[in-house]
Design a protein around this ligand. Structure first.
Ligand code: ADP
Length: 757
């Protein structure tokens, strides 16, 4: 290997570019592509300024080193720039681009961009052999070089805040954009409510109403206009005014209307924010303001989800590229059901265009079909939740009395779930009892009947309005609960919370033979920041806690610029390492300690040596994230002192125990959306089980599949000693990748540690 880095021995060379509209998370994808390639011994080049840089060549195409992508994950936008490029739309531009790539021996590309960029990439790939031949004939590239690169291999990652791409549940940047929109609308709501004003808020999305729909669910907006599903009447003005008026009459202090920028009516005419304002002012006499959120939606630090999804996708993109053969078609790497998957790129692009075409043809049913069932379901749910009042019950229908309570530690999103559950049930003609303080309220008969407006404004509020406790009823308490269920004629139970709730529901179910009152449908909605419940992949609250941790760790890292410092950050999770690993991946921590992997003295010694070597050679910052229960003896204090003592002279150590800030805060958009969906599914389950002689009792699994597992299965799925699922889906997927990307540069002399973030 003398004088040569590992990379130079290899033939494969990868180019990576960001193109089209920028999106938060592109940097994390870039970092993952660069580091995975280097880790696999492949040379990687960044193509600056998108296709423009590819056409311009020269120093727009630069070999990347491990540390070139350090410390970029928390930054919005893309550090390698992006652009629109008219020349690349022409064959002549693509010919020049091909020459520039060949100059560096690059014939594998990761293109991070929207459907335009990916369409362009595919056109380029299809033409490649012709372009190469022409360049060789013209003498612009040596014939041997042309022969070495007969094919172009393409992997696309979708960078687009609109979430407008078929083939992936989420595009890079969409979750962050939702954060920006939700924060803005939360702020607007508080001022609107103070003045009893109306606001029309315009959000991005030309052909895709994802941001509009999801932000409406996440902010309790009162009306929404989407491109794919216009109001089903030509006189939508009257319909909207009637609903908003009903809302005001039932006590709402403000009206918020969200308009997607591509919104239209059934005839295909655009619905503009200013016109909506005019309608509200003229017909309802409401003081109305318009806010166009614009580019704020694109900006800012990426959310934890965007960083992690981009990291996993970038890693997968390189793996796919390296195993591609001349027969492999261009692929899109995205996320489906929390798993990274690859699909044929052009099929995804065509399906995406099909939505735009359906909208242009005014075939809105087809447009909604193409968006998929969960989009449709979310829209249906929203239409229920935004109502000013519930539908009146149907004549002669059975009206259930459904009790709703929280259990376990507080999780942001509990209120969101309680609100959605309450409104869904009321709209179906049922009664809802809000139980205070979890099972204590059920024992002590501390509950109240919930009305439509009792849960107004609950969506965005952290904490638990109904209160929550870790109480699991036993002995005489079970008797008290049975008596209350009978006296109050409770027909069903929704328990929102963590494992205490699951244990309580299991106990009640097992006691059905002693207490016939327990023979009612019961369901647990997974809500805990720890994400340690079996069946569900992401419990309500985990995303908020994760983002809270990431935000604080970003700040902690910034605080260390001037000194050589190593931080040991302790995060919650009980015995589940989810928060530790995911926050470690999102912040580029070089080491994550989890109970699942254990810690040995040898590990600590190794880590210490690694730190000392790193700081000796110029490293300025160390970041170790430790799950609170990762080891009973090697505690955060112990580790900090050990590292401080042994590392004296090389670096200082500080530790931070993040504590309860992780349970606080308002829920993130994802937690609000997830809580709303799950609550609806839980209510549907309770209603469906009600007529059965032995109604089901269970816990909600993954939404989408909307599976309710019988509660008896819970003990089999849990590792009781550690109160976490026996199998944890994220562990195998994420741990090796997080480790691979945060380790020292494999190409530098033994042990040199660069900025690792
Ligand atoms: P996005 O990728 O965000 O959809 P654009 O549609 O503006 O953004 O595309 C970005 C760039 O991709 C364009 O400026 C152009 O260089 C290239 N591009 C888009 N469509 C094509 C196409 N059909 N053929 C070749 N290049 C294209």
């Amino acid at each position: 290997m003398s004088g040569q880095t590992r990379n130079e021995q290899y033939e494969q060379r990868i180019g990576v570019l960001t193109s089209g509209g920028d999106a938060p998370g592109m940097n994390a994808a870039l970092r993952a592509v660069v580091r995975t390639a280097i880790d696999k011994g492949v040379a990687v080049y960044a193509i600056y300024e998108g296709y423009k840089g590819m056409v311009e060549g020269g120093n727009r195409i630069r070999r990347m080193k491990w540390e070139d992508v350090g410390g970029i994950m928390h930054r919005g936008g893309t550090i390698i720039g992006t652009a629109r490029c008219a020349e690349f739309r022409e064959r002549s531009g693509r010919l020049t681009a091909a020459r520039n790539l060949l100059e560096h021996g690059i014939d594998r590309l990761v293109v991070i961009g929207g459907d335009g960029s990916l369409t362009g990439a595919n056109a380029f790939r299809e033409e490649w052999s012709g372009l190469v031949q022409e360049l060789a004939e013209r003498g612009e590239v040596p014939p041997t070089l042309a022969q070495q690169h007969p094919h172009l291999y393409i992997i696309g990652l979708v960078g687009s805040i609109d979430n407008d791409m078929y083939g992936t549940d989420m595009t890079i940047g969409a979750d962050t954009a939702l954060h920006r929109i939700t924060d803005a609308i939360d702020a607007i709501s508080s001022t609107a409510s103070s003045h009893q004003r109306s606001f029309v808020v315009e959000v991005m999305g030309r052909n895709c109403g994802y941001l509009a729909l999801m932000s409406a669910i996440a902010t309790e907006a009162n009306w929404v206009f989407l491109p794919e599903s216009p109001p089903n009447t030509d006189d939508w003005e009257s319909l909207m005014c009637r609903e908003l008026k009903a809302g005001r009459e039932s006590g709402r202090r403000e009206s918020i209307v969200i308009v997607a920028e591509g919104a239209r009516d059934r005839q295909g005419n655009p619905i503009k924010s200013d016109y909506v304002k005019q309608v509200l002012e003229e017909r309802l006499g409401e003081d109305t303001r318009v806010t166009i959120l614009g580019h704020v939606q694109r900006g800012g630090s990426p959310s934890a989800f965007d960083r992690n999804m981009s990291t996993l996708s970038g890693y997968a993109a390189v793996e796919e590229l390296l195993k591609a053969t001349p027969e492999t078609e261009a692929k899109l790497v995205g996320i489906v059901g929390n798993r990274i998957v690859s699909s044929p790129l052009m099929y995804c692009v065509q399906q995406t265009h099909a939505v735009a075409e359906a909208i242009a043809r005014r075939d809105y049913e087809r447009a909604m079909d193409l968006r998929g069932s969960s989009f449709k379901e979310a829209f249906a749910t929203l239409q229920t939740l935004v109502r000013g009042a519930p539908h009146p019950p149907q004549a002669g229908q059975r009206r259930m009395r459904i009790a709703v309570l929280n259990a376990g530690g507080v999780a942001p999103g509990m209120n969101t779930a309680a609100r959605a559950a309450t409104r869904y049930a009321l709209d179906q003609g049922h009664y809802v009892l809000g139980v205070q303080n979890g099972f204590i309220g059920l024992i002590e008969n501390d509950m109240r009947e919930m009305e439509w407006m009792s849960v107004e404004d609950w969506t965005s509020v952290g904490g638990a309005e109904l209160g929550t406790t870790r109480k699991i009823p036993t002995g005489a308490e079970l008797y008290a609960i049975a008596r209350n269920i009978e006296e109050l004629q409770i027909d069903a139970l929704l328990v929102i919370g963590g494992s205490e709730g699951y244990q309580a529901v299991l106990r009640l179910t097992q006691e059905r033979h002693t207490f016939p009152a327990f023979n009612i449908p019961m369901v647990c909605l997974p809500a805990t920041i720890n994400n340690d419940l079996p069946g569900s992949e992401l419990s309500v609250g985990a995303d908020t806690a994760l983002n809270g941790i990431v935000e604080v760790v970003d700040k902690i890292k910034q605080s260390a610029v001037a000194s050589r410092r190593c931080f040991v950050v302790e995060v919650m999770g009980r015995y589940c390492g989810y928060l530790a690993l995911m926050s470690g991946m999102a912040t580029g921590a070089e080491r994550v300690y989890m109970h699942e992997e254990g810690i040995t003295l040898a590990d600590l010694q190794n880590d210490l040596e690694h730190l000392i070597r790193g700081f000796r050679q110029g490293k300025r910052l160390g970041l170790l994230i430790r799950n609170e229960k990762s080891h009973p003896v090697y505690t955060t204090a112990f580790m900090s002192e050990l590292f401080a003592t042994e590392g004296k002279g090389y670096f200082e150590v500080r530790h931070a125990i993040l504590g309860h800030l992780q349970q606080g805060g308002n829920p993130t958009p994802f937690d609000r959306i997830q809580a709303t969906r799950m609550a609806t599914h839980c209510m549907q389950y309770l209603i469906q089980e009600d007529p059965k002689p032995t109604p089901g009792s269970g816990f909600l699994g993954r939404t989408g599949a909307s599976r309710v597992y019988p509660i008896e299965e819970w003990p089999r799925m849990v590792d009781f000693a550690h109160d976490r699922p026996r199998s944890q889906w994220w562990l195998e997927i994420c741990a090796p990748i997080a480790k691979a990307l945060a380790k020292p540069d494999p190409d530098t002399p033994m042990g040199t540690v660069h900025g690792f973030a």
